[in-house]
Design a protein around this ligand. Structure first.
Ligand code: G3I
Length: 363
């Protein structure tokens, strides 16, 4: 378990007791203090080059987060744009930022079917795929050896609609190497960084619906298979991209049961990409904020009942920078309100909902 620095403990121990008394935003400790008080992590996905170029964004990241995950710069394509060229500048900057602000960093993601190598189709084949994949993982994970809290080694490998018995998504990696590509990736990551917690990350698992249930079964089968074959996997990443309207299908017991099943495999659980779509809420900001905050609180309060849950990261921190801006467009043109901070970095009801959820966690 990560040892918190003396500075963090001091900041938490002395700042925290006054938290309830202080309502003014600037003097209340960030969500990182609420998480750290329970020995947990709170953080978010950081955009590039925003973290470098927007001082306000950087300041609020440092204030609110004790863990950070790069939103895009460690994906296969961005970090390895040509067979012989890697681009580590953004991730190196983020790693330094984390060190400076007593934060951990998560790596996302070593193997994914999206935003892959632009040169994949022209250069990689079944005969050389393993060589390229192992070399990529060795180079990328090896660069941050001993400094990465965890890696999403494989992202979103399950797609039940692809019709396979094992539920695996039909990707180039499956085509080249068969289902074994997962084991290859985890073993390569462990060799490159024996300290990082190696994670399988996926989405669409949150609700009591037939589709989510099928996917939960396939994910559990994948995790059990890796464990049975002694693959070095340590954690499961629950992306938790939620939506206010879809949340009507949320049932606490379903999430509890799934997390119990994952934890029973000896895995930690990270909520890796939490956000709450607000498309079907009215334009009125107060009403929208209330509806979004309730989803954050209802989901996280249940999720944090599971002792194996060790980290919560939102996919972005402020409505100013979120992938949902493009997906949740509103007829009125009003901006989205899906994350803990608004566009001006003001703490919204969602922020307080997340704080209360951490408070509800049994120590
Ligand atoms: O960096 C290029 C830029 O040079 C170019 O000018 C521009 C226009 O084409 O594209 C830029 O790359 C974009 C990148 O985000 C960085 O902004 C890609 O086109 C765009 O596809 C990419 O979208 C990201 C998406 O994953 C696909 O990788 C989103 O920002 C990111 O939030 C989203 O995150 C994913 C997680 O990784 C996995 N789970 C789902 C989640 C949401 O889709």
């Amino acid at each position: 378990m990560h040892k918190f620095s003396r500075r963090t403990i001091f900041r938490t121990a002395f700042a925290f007791p006054f938290a309830g008394l202080l309502s003014a935003q600037s003097s209340e400790p960030g969500l990182r203090a609420y998480a750290a008080k329970k020995g947990l992590f709170f953080g978010g996905a950081a955009a590039w080059p925003v973290l470098r170029d927007d001082a306000d964004y950087a300041k609020h990241f440092a204030e609110e987060c004790n863990i950070l995950v790069p939103e895009n710069v460690l994906k296969m394509g961005p970090v390895h744009p040509e067979p012989e060229r890697y681009n580590f500048e953004p991730a190196d900057y983020m790693m330094e930022f984390c060190k400076k602000h007593d934060m951990q960093m998560r790596g996302h993601t070593l193997v994914w079917h999206s935003q892959g190598w632009p040169w994949l189709k022209t250069t990689v084949s079944a005969t050389n795929a393993r060589k390229y994949l192992e070399e990529h993982i060795r180079t990328v994970a090896g660069r941050y050896r001993g400094r990465m809290h965890s890696w999403d080694v494989v992202n979103e490998a399950i797609e039940v609609a692809d019709g396979r018995e094992d539920g695996l998504r039909k990707t180039a990696w499956l085509e080249f190497l068969g289902p074994e590509y997962l084991d290859i990736a985890f073993h390569a990551a462990a060799a490159a960084d024996p300290q990082a917690k190696l994670t399988y990350n996926d989405y669409g698992l949150d609700y009591d619906t037939p589709g989510n249930e099928k996917k939960r079964e396939a994910v559990l089968r994948l995790l059990r298979g890796l464990k049975d074959r002694k693959a070095p996997i340590h954690a499961f990443g629950m992306q938790a991209h939620l939506d206010w309207k879809a949340f009507q299908n949320f049932k606490a017991e379903t999430l509890r049961r799934f997390f119990r099943d994952v934890a029973s495999l000896g895995l930690e659980i990270y909520i890796t990409e939490l956000d709450v779509g607000d498309r079907d809420l009215p334009d009125d900001e107060a009403e929208r904020d209330k509806g979004v905050a309730k989803v954050y609180e209802d989901y996280l309060t249940v999720a944090l009942e599971e002792p194996a849950v060790k980290a919560v990261l939102t996919w972005g921190l402020t409505d100013r920078y979120t992938w949902l801006a493009g997906r949740n467009r509103r007829p009125s043109g009003a901006g989205v309100r899906v994350l803990p901070l608004d566009r001006e970095y003001k703490r919204k009801p969602a922020w307080y909902a997340i704080a209360r959820a951490f408070e509800s966690r049994k120590a």
